[in-house]
Design a protein around this ligand. Structure first.
Ligand code: CA
Length: 238
């Protein structure tokens, strides 16, 4: 499908000349002859690129650009008067993608249009890839990365090896890792991992800490879970 270009330019002869060149290159062209009409057209969408003259009646090109940027990231190439350095600088600050100085050689304008369209296509492709890509996996770690717990896929690895844990063991380890560095009391662990209304054995925490140690600390010869005498347990980065 032909790419659609909006040309906002009040000098009609100039606009007509550019339009003919663009049509010749296979683009679809819509013209607007003042800032207000140009902005309305641009905001209505449906274009792939905007060529925007700066010196326009009604609304200046710079003001059109400023307003357009609130809602759109469509590529905009400014058409500036010769040596209007300030225009170029503030145009790029305002969010123009490029500018070309009048009078210009049509080949240069066409090259800049192709570059603007390519940049936009690449941006769209990247956004699509980002959407299709896997969401960032959430991993909790300890022991300098030797212990990894993947919340989403409910998996624990120690030194790269998968360790089978029961649901309760997993929840306990997850909570300890989420609070790495903090000393957690038996009461706090019981509340957070077993739930406030837990009515079972009060030494459940110690029992499950022992399970975790037998599956992790002892098998892999690491010191993951520390006992803090009289208080509770802690995972810390030594
Ligand atoms: Ca003008």
């Amino acid at each position: 499908m032909a790419e659609r270009i909006l040309l906002v330019e009040d000098e009609e002869k100039m606009a007509r000349m550019v339009e003919l060149e663009l049509l010749h290159e296979g683009y679809e062209v819509t013209k607007a002859f003042d800032g207000v009409a140009g902005l309305a057209q641009a905001e209505s969408g449906g274009f792939d690129l905007v060529l925007l003259d700066i010196m326009l009646p009604g609304l200046s090109g710079m003001e059109v650009l400023r307003r357009l940027r609130r809602t759109s990231d469509i590529p905009v190439i400014l058409l500036t008067a010769r040596d209007a350095v300030m225009d170029k600088v503030s145009g790029l600050d305002t969010g123009a993608d490029d500018y070309i100085t009048k009078p210009f050689v049509i080949e240069e304008l066409l090259a800049r249009i192709r570059a603007g369209l390519r940049k936009m296509a690449a941006k769209k492709a990247a956004a699509e890839n980002g959407k299709a890509g896997k969401p960032q996996e959430r991993a909790l770690t300890a022991g300098g990365g030797q212990v990894e717990l993947y919340v989403d896929r409910h998996e624990v690895k120690v030194k790269g090896e998968v360790v089978e844990l029961t649901l309760r063991e997993f929840s306990l380890l997850q909570y300890l890792l989420e609070n790495k560095g903090r000393v957690l009391s038996r009461d706090a662990l019981l509340e957070q991992v077993w739930g406030y209304d837990y009515a079972g054995e009060t030494n459940a925490v110690d029992v499950y800490i022992r399970f975790l140690r037998s599956k992790i600390d002892e098998v892999f010869h690491i010191k993951l879970i520390h006992t803090v005498r009289g208080i509770g347990y802690q995972i810390r980065e030594d």
